[in-house]
Design a protein around this ligand. Structure first.
Ligand SMILES: NC(=O)C1=CN([C@@H]2O[C@H](COP(=O)(O)OP(=O)(O)OC[C@H]3O[C@@H](n4cnc5c(N)ncnc54)[C@H](O)[C@@H]3O)[C@@H](O)[C@H]2O)C=CC1
Ligand SMILES: O=C(O)[C@@H]1CCC=N1
Length: 279
C-alpha cells in the first residue's frame, strides 16, 4: 500500500502481533507502506520488540491506547481470545466506528459485529503467510455496513500481501481458510515428505533440500506463469511407462485425491467449530 507524499497515512492498528500479523506487516512495509502509521498491540514484550526492530512499527501493550485515533483495526489474535478482545474495545468501536478487519479463522462477521456492540463495518479476511513476500492470497467478505470506501481500504491493505478474492457468501470463508489460509502448510508437508524420501534414497541432506526446494519453486512458477492447467503440466512430465508414471500411479492407488479432499473438508469443518466454540 503506498501513501500520499505529504500527509501521514491514517493509522492502522494490528491487535495481535503474532505469525500472521508479522507476515502482513512485513509485506506492507516491504511494498512501500508507511511503517510509522502501523501500530501493533501485543501482550508479549518479545513480540513487540521484534516487530518494532524488524519493521519500525509502533508497538503497544495497551489496546485502548493503540486504537486511539485509528480508523482501521486488524484483529489478528487467535480465535480463542477474540471475543474478549472485541468486548473490551466495544465502547471505543461504538464511539469511533472504525473499519474492522479480522484475519481469524472461523469467527464470523456477525459474531465480531455483535461482540463490538453492533452496527460496525466488518471485513472478515483470510490471508496466508506468503504475504510476507507479497506472494499471498486473501479472501475477503464484507458485512452490509461496509461501504465502497471501506472495501477499497480493505482491498488496498490486503493487496500489499498479494492477490485478493472477494467472497459474496460468508459461508464459503471456511472453505477459503481450508484451501489457501492453511494451504501453505500442505505444500510444506509435501516438501518435508519429499526431502525425507530423497534422504531415504541415499541423497545427502543438503542436496535433498536443494533438489526439493528448487522443484517446488520451479513447479509453482510454471503453475503461475504458464497458461496451462495443472493437469496438463503434469501430463508433460509423465512419459508413458516412465518414472513419473510409476510415482503417480502410487499416489493414485494410495488415494491422494480423496485424502486431499478429506483434509480440506476437515479444515473447513474446523472453521465452523472454532466459531461455535468461541461464541
Ligand atoms: N498463521 C497463519 O498462517 C494464519 C493465521 N490466521 C489467523 O491469524 C490469527 C493469528 O494467528 P497466528 O498469527 O498464527 O497466531 P500467533 O499465536 O502467532 O499470534 C497471536 C498473537 O496474539 C497475541 N495476543 C494474545 N492475546 C492478545 C490480546 N488480548 N491482545 C492482543 N494480542 C494478543 C499473542 O501474544 C500472539 O503474539 C488467528 O486468528 C488465525 O486464525 C489467518 C491466516 C493464516
Ligand atoms: O491453522 C489455523 O487455524 C490458521 C488459519 C489458517 C492458517 N492458520
Amino acid at each position: 500500500m503506498t501513501d500520499s507524499h505529504d500527509t501521514p497515512a491514517a493509522p492502522i492498528v494490528f491487535i495481535g502481533g503474532g505469525n500472521m500479523a508479522r507476515s502482513l506487516i512485513g509485506g506492507l512495509v516491504a511494498r512501500g507502506g508507511d511503517a510509522a502509521s502501523v501500530r501493533v498491540v501485543d501482550p508479549n514484550a518479545d513480540s513487540r520488540d521484534a516487530l518494532a526492530r524488524d519493521f519500525g512499527v509502533r508497538t503497544f501493550a495497551d489496546a485502548a491506547q493503540a486504537v486511539d485515533g485509528a480508523a482501521t483495526w486488524v484483529l489478528a489474535t487467535k480465535p480463542q481470545v477474540l471475543r474478549g478482545v472485541c468486548e473490551s474495545l466495544a465502547d471505543v468501536a461504538q464511539a469511533t466506528q472504525p473499519l474492522v478487519l479480522s484475519i481469524a479463522a472461523g469467527i464470523t462477521a456477525t459474531q465480531l459485529d455483535r461482540w463490538l456492540g453492533g452496527g460496525v463495518p466488518v471485513v472478515r479476511t483470510m490471508p496466508n503467510t506468503p504475504a510476507l513476500l507479497g506472494a499471498g492470497v486473501t479472501g475477503l467478505f464484507a458485512n452490509a455496513r461496509v461501504d465502497d470506501a471501506g472495501r477499497a481500504r480493505a482491498q488496498a491493505l490486503l493487496e500489499s500481501a498479494g492477490e485478493t478474492v472477494w467472497i459474496d457468501d460468508e459461508a464459503r470463508m471456511d472453505a477459503v481458510t481450508a484451501v489457501s489460509g492453511s494451504g501453505p502448510a500442505y505444500i510444506f508437508l509435501l516438501a518435508e515428505a519429499m526431502e525425507d524420501a530423497a534422504i531415504a534414497q541415499g541423497l545427502p541432506a543438503k542436496d535433498a533440500r536443494t533438489l526439493v526446494l528448487q522443484t517446488v519453486l520451479g513447479a509453482a512458477r510454471m503453475l503461475v506463469e504458464s497458461d496451462e492447467a495443472p493437469a496438463e503440466l503434469r501430463r508433460r512430465v509423465t512419459s508413458p511407462g516412465g518414472t513419473t508414471q510409476a510415482a503417480i500411479e502410487t499416489f493414485e492407488a494410495g488415494g491422494l485425491r480423496a485424502l486431499v479432499a478429506d483434509a480440506i473438508a476437515n479444515a473447513a469443518r474446523r472453521g465452523g467449530e472454532l466459531s461455535a466454540a468461541n461464541d
